[in-house]
Design a protein around this ligand. Sequence first.
Ligand code: ATP
Length: 305
Amino acid sequence: VIQVCLPLNALGFVYREAKDALVNAEKLFQLLREKPEIEESPSLPALRVAAGEVVFDNVSFGYEPGRTILHDVSFRIAPGTTVAVVGGSGSGKSTLARLLLRFYDVGGGRISVDGQDIRGVSTRSLREAIGVVPQETLLFNDTIAYNIGYGRAGATMEDIVAAAKAAHIHELIDSLPQKYETPVGERGVKMSGGEKQRIALARAILKNPPLLIFDEATSALDSHSERAIQAELDQLSQNRTALVIAHRLSTVVNANEILVFERGRIIERGTHAALLERGGPYASLWQMQLNGEENADPPRAAHLA
Ligand code: ATP
């Protein structure tokens, strides 16, 4: 067993600009609350989720005419498995998530969930089936209970507490004088990045979606919180179909498939082991990172056996 010591964001090579990434993830979350740009017929049927298979079939897309962002992207996330996407800033990773949530329609090709083209089902039913854990969680100016309960309409206080426990945030909430009725957000109690992500996690746990989009945090968490959240996310993504915009070594190593993006194209794909074996761009970037590790900051190191 070789013990490798790497920074948690060892794929920094794909994330030269963590700040940009944060901004983009925020955009993704804001989009969740925006009205969809797409038009849909009110008579579309609801998505029927079966095993939870996601297929991108020759997907092309551009936000503006004349500028293609994704070129012929094809991949399948088998039910219950995780596909991790890595790539440089602006390579199109978040765009995949926005398209799956149908904030935009594909320019070419199709995206389907359990065999149904997502353009043929109601957007509402599609989004109900997808849990999103954004990189940077924005809390509503409301109580903690509201912020967690937002995950599922009609959630009872018991459900909310159970989700908070599963996300390991219950103890903290319980220690506050107003407990679950404590106001958060701009006008309420300040929460750290890690605490906010736990709220997002509790929301997703409560929603219990068959599909999960997870935009990993690159920064703002101490390494202890990062590892704890990683463990909880691993649990959350078990038996769920997950698309992960990956920043962390552990996720990439464990993903069923890694897609390496460069300027909107998949330039390499496979498991971590297969990609290393292949000795292509992923492997050389990985090697570069290993070499760069010598100067890395020790608290951000992860030990992999
Ligand atoms: P990062 O790692 O920095 O988050 P990313 O790989 O997620 O990047 P995307 O957010 O998918 O990249 O963006 C891909 C490209 O699309 C970028 O060149 C970006 O500038 C462009 N883009 C993103 N959103 C829009 C938009 N709403 N309108 C026009 N162009 C956009």
